[in-house]
Design a protein around this ligand. Structure first.
Ligand code: TXA
Ligand code: MG
Length: 316
């Protein structure tokens, strides 16, 4: 069922009764459930086909609401003040009594928290009066949805409703930062670019080179954000015979172009929709133009690299 933002009461009613409702956020569409409702959270994992060892982000209205769930470090406070509401998720130690389903936290003693800026997601939380878990509203391992129709195609009958708030502005998921220590650790590159974080919090730590020698975010499965059919070849100067071309910058032979003007913000917003369109057009092979690595290019290249692993990589 597709609802308009004017029908938000119906959406909130479903959430209050343990339902699953996809909501627009400024990053991508999220599949919302009451964070404290064990049954709803269990149904959410099942609807996405998500492994239960992969924890969910808890969404709240403001920093005060986050303080009821986690123990903020000074770094957490600095980043929250600078970037909330917005596309930044912060990981912190969970407070013992935090009203969040243990399943949502996948048994970890940390929680990932985000304060979204999208008015529809915010209004839903305000009316429900409780935090929402919101993973991206796609089947596990697939491209995140940036339009309500993407959600319906992917999850359709598995969920109770989607609220259509139009296209997502950022088009990429939030940047996930572990803020438990003195320096920020980027667990997932995302819609908030690294230089913005470094400007307020100093140099970030690479999670793959710290002493744990393992990614600390359980969700960083290598094969992720995968199109269904199309196999991607990255950093391609031009298409080879039989390949569709996904361009960036001025490129006359591109089937689709992330941004003919070479604008990274625009490319991020269009990335998943373009990959879906090429997939749905039935192309088996897609060459992708080189995307610069600075700013939002870091997250765009991260998603493309994962998408390129495609079907040939065994599920992890
Ligand atoms: O932009 C977003 O973040 C969207 C919108 C809907 O808010 N949500 C989203 O959620 O992308 P999801 O579930 O698709 O991705 C959450 C990521 C996963 O990589 C997960 O492993 C990580 O956050 N995560 C969640 N809890 C964590 C924790 N306690 N420690 C480390 N990583 C965590
Ligand atoms: Mg996701």
């Amino acid at each position: 069922m597709t609802l308009s933002p004017n029908d938000l009461d119906a959406a909130v009613d479903l959430l209050a009764r343990g339902g699953l409702v996809a909501l627009p956020t400024e990053t991508v569409y999220g599949l919302a459930a009451d964070a404290a409702d064990d049954d709803a959270v269990a149904r959410l994992y099942a609807a996405k086909g998500r492994p239960t060892f992969n924890p969910l982000i808890v969404h709240v209205l403001d920093l005060d609401a986050a303080r009821a769930l986690v123990e903020p470090t000074p770094l957490f406070e600095t980043l929250a003040r600078a970037f909330w509401p917005g596309p930044l998720t912060l990981v912190a130690d969970r407070l013992p009594g935090a009203p969040v389903s243990a399943l949502a936290a996948a048994g970890l003693d940390t929680l990932a928290v985000r304060v979204p800026s999208h008015p529809v997601a915010r209004e839903a939380m305000a009316r429900l009066g409780r935090p929402l878990v919101m993973p991206s509203a796609n089947r596990s391992g697939r491209l995140s949805p940036t339009r309500a129709a993407d959600v319906t195609r992917d999850l359709g009958a598995r969920i109770d409703a989607v609220v259509d708030g139009g296209d997502c502005a950022a088009g990429l998921e939030s940047t996930v930062v572990d803020a438990r220590g003195e320096r920020p650790v980027i667990l997932r590159a995302g819609a908030l670019p690294r230089p913005a974080i470094e400007e307020v919090a100093g140099p970030v730590v690479d999670p793959y080179t710290d002493d744990e020698r393992a990614p600390r975010s359980p969700g960083r499965l290598l094969r992720h954000y995968a199109p269904r059919r199309a196999r991607l070849r990255l950093d391609a100067a031009a298409p080879q015979p039989g390949e569709a071309f996904l361009g960036f910058g001025p490129q006359p032979f591109a089937e689709l172009n992330l941004s003919p003007e070479g604008d990274l913000t625009r490319a991020a917003a269009r990335l998943f929709a373009c990959l879906r369109a090429l997939d749905e057009a039935g192309y088996a092979r897609v060459a992708v133009a080189p995307i610069p690595h600075h700013g939002l290019g870091e997250a765009i290249n991260d998603r493309l690299a994962r998408a390129a692993l495609g079907r040939r990589t065994p599920s992890l």
